[in-house]
Write a protein that binds this ligand. Structure first.
Ligand code: UDX
Length: 443
């Protein structure tokens, strides 16, 4: 099938590459000429395991191309994906200007019946707005004869395992009331719908809400555990034991119940805020979602508070080794990363940071530039040099079995602040560390 994808961000690029991999003929279009040129050379703008080779191979095979020529791109596709960003507006609502401008572009250039697929995470009611905008432009062109359907088809990929998630989705949500659109979507996704039925067809609004409900449910699980973790600390219980104890109940499950330094990334914070905003706009008080959001904001300060307390409130002139900058492992993404809140608080308190991350160093440099209180180190070992303590914010594999003797040698005092509960408190105490973690007693 001939497929056009608008927006070469995370979702658009991965979706485009994966559709090409199964044999569809995909053109990805973006306004950023530099990005498009680099992609043609096989250089991808993000770090995502497996993506670069997928892009190169499919581009070389002629199934995946990149362009800035929107008119040609629209005419290429039988289906048009909208996968552009929906950044939060100042008030937390999703900014739809990019989505609607792609809708206009499609309407301006389409010459045959089209299926317009909303892949971006958009508030309930957006498909109607897209449809209205397309109809308006077609009317201006005097081309009301051109049929189109708008389908909501939210994406559930996770950064770091985006290719695998997209290749083997656990569900494919298709929101449409049109039989024709359903048929085309089933054909498009047939290669991914093997072994058992993964396609769930529903009305457009339910599909749009499904995406928010999924992310908000996961964010709620995390905030709930973070709250229980704070309680556990005060009650001298161990959140890691509690986690295993409740996760064994299949109704609760082991996933997304890890207490930590707070959730970040491009989805959870933005989507929780956007759903709160949607609720507000219809005079519905989304009390639970507001609490989830507030809990997470507070959680991002928990590690700093422990550091502050350990040093009796005086961090001026201190230096800290910081391991992990990305919002989670296997990505270089630092959007809403807990590491940022922490570093900014440390700087404000007059401390310096020696930071290391396996992938997010360039991104950190881009975000913060050169400053006296930030040293970007080439290795995790280099970050330790003469630091007053080690802070772990992201649970990269490379941090899981460090040389503790070496750490002790390098630090001015043996103290570790672990925002991801990577080590056993008793073991750390035996090794001679003062060890702070989340939801467990200080060892
Ligand atoms: C998320 C959803 O998982 C995905 O389905 C959706 O399409 C986009 O949003 P992503 O943002 O890539 O994906 O990251 P995810 O792996 O879900 O982690 C989100 C955040 O939650 C991270 O900051 C992570 O550290 C945190 N987290 C996750 C916890 O603090 N505890 C957990 O138990 C799980």
């Amino acid at each position: 099938m001939k497929v056009t994808v608008f927006g070469i961000g995370y979702v658009g690029l991965v979706q485009g590459a994966v559709l090409a991999e199964v044999g569809h003929d995909v053109v990805c279009v973006d306004v950023d000429a530099h990005k498009v040129e680099r992609l043609k050379q096989g250089i991808i703008p993000i770090y995502e395991p497996g993506l670069e080779s997928l892009v190169r191979e499919n581009h070389a095979a002629g199934r995946l191309d990149f362009t800035t020529d929107a008119a040609a791109a629209v005419q290429h596709g039988e289906v048009q994906f909208i996968a552009v960003g929906t950044p939060p507006d100042e008030d937390g609502s999703a900014d739809l200007q990019y989505v609607l401008s792609v809708a206009e572009t499609i309407a301006r250039h389409m010459e045959s019946r089209q299926i317009i697929i909303d892949k971006s995470t958009v508030p309930v009611g957006t498909a109607d707005k897209v449809g209205a905008r397309v109809a308006e432009v077609l009317a201006q062109r005097g081309r009301e004869d051109l049929h189109f359907d708008v389908v909501s088809n939210p994406e559930f990929l996770k950064e770091g395992s985006a290719v695998a998630d997209c290749m083997r989705p656990d569900r494919i949500i298709i929101g449409t009331g049109s039989e024709h659109a359903e048929e085309v979507m089933r054909e498009l996704y047939a290669p991914f719908n093997r072994n058992h039925e993964k396609i769930i067809v529903m009305d457009v609004r339910s599909a749009e809400l499904t995406k928010y409900a999924a992310n908000c449910m996961l964010a709620t699980k995390i905030s709930f555990m973070n709250e229980i973790a704070s309680l556990a600390e005060k009650l001298e219980a161990d959140i890691e034991m509690v986690r295993q104890g409740i996760g064994s109940d299949p109704r609760i499950g082991y996933h997304f119940i890890y207490a930590g330094a707070g959730y970040g990334g491009s989805c959870f914070p933005k989507d929780v805020q956007a759903l709160i905003h949607t609720a507000d706009s219809i005079d519905f008080d989304a009390k639970l979602l507001k609490a989830v959001e507030a809990r997470n904001a507070a959680q991002k300060t928990v590690l700093f508070n422990k550091i502050h307390q350990h040093f009796d409130g005086n961090l001026r002139g201190r230096t800290f080794a910081l391991w992990g900058l990305s919002f989670k492992p296997n990505t270089d993404d630092m959007r809403e990363a807990p590491s940022r809140v922490l570093m900014e608080a440390l700087w404000k308190a007059g401390a310096k940071v020696q930071a290391y991350d396996p992938e997010a160093m360039e991104e950190t440099q881009r975000l913060y530039g050169n400053r006296d209180d930030l040293t970007l180190c080439g290795t995790k070992e280099a970050a330790l040099k003469a630091a007053d303590g080690l802070i772990i914010v992201t649970e990269w594999q490379a941090f899981k079995a460090p040389d503790f003797d070496f750490i002790k040698q390098q630090l001015s005092q043996p103290v570790i602040f672990d925002g991801r509960n990577q080590f056993e408190p008793k073991r750390m105490a035996r090794k001679g560390f003062k060890y702070y973690s989340i939801g467990r007693c200080v060892a």
